[in-house]
Ligand binder design. Structure first.
Ligand SMILES: [Fe+2]
Ligand SMILES: [Fe+2]
Length: 134
């Protein structure tokens, strides 16, 4: 397995941990697809699936942050928007024929998990827990 979820990734809110786990799972399938030399279309579809799930997850986080008046909402949303644009751009370029991208995409996803999930997301933990979000 390419990415293994462990408690170190927990943001202390079960709903979001479950969604993060699902993101890991899709990224792992993408990675496995590259190793299996899956056809371009199949990999493009996985990127599409990832994109869709990322949107669902970002919306879920943003809804809770907004509902409770999280002070760093704008900055957090900005990071989400920038990342969505990046993945969308990857998917478009990949479908247009830039095969070399797979390595770049994976690197970028892992970097993002490290900086956003392990950094920015964890900043909301005390605030949202205090508001009773689970
Ligand atoms: Fe997140
Ligand atoms: Fe986030």
């Amino acid at each position: 397995m390419y990415l293994q979820w462990n408690d170190g990734f927990s943001v202390g809110i079960k709903t979001f941990d479950d969604q993060h786990k699902k993101l890991f799972e899709i990224i792992n399938r993408f990675h496995a697809g590259i190793l299996e030399r899956k056809r371009k279309e199949a990999l493009g579809n996985l990127l599409g699936e990832l994109m869709e799930y990322i949107k669902i997850h970002f919306e879920a986080e943003e809804t809770e942050m907004k509902a409770h008046g999280y002070p760093d909402y704008e900055q957090h949303k900005k990071e989400h928007d920038e990342f969505l644009e990046k993945v969308n751009n990857f998917e478009c370029r990949y479908r247009a024929g830039e095969e070399i991208l797979t390595v770049e995409v994976l690197g970028s996803l892992v970097e993002w998990l490290d900086t956003h999930l392990n950094g920015t997301d964890k900043l909301y933990t005390p605030f949202l827990q205090q508001k009773g979000v689970k």
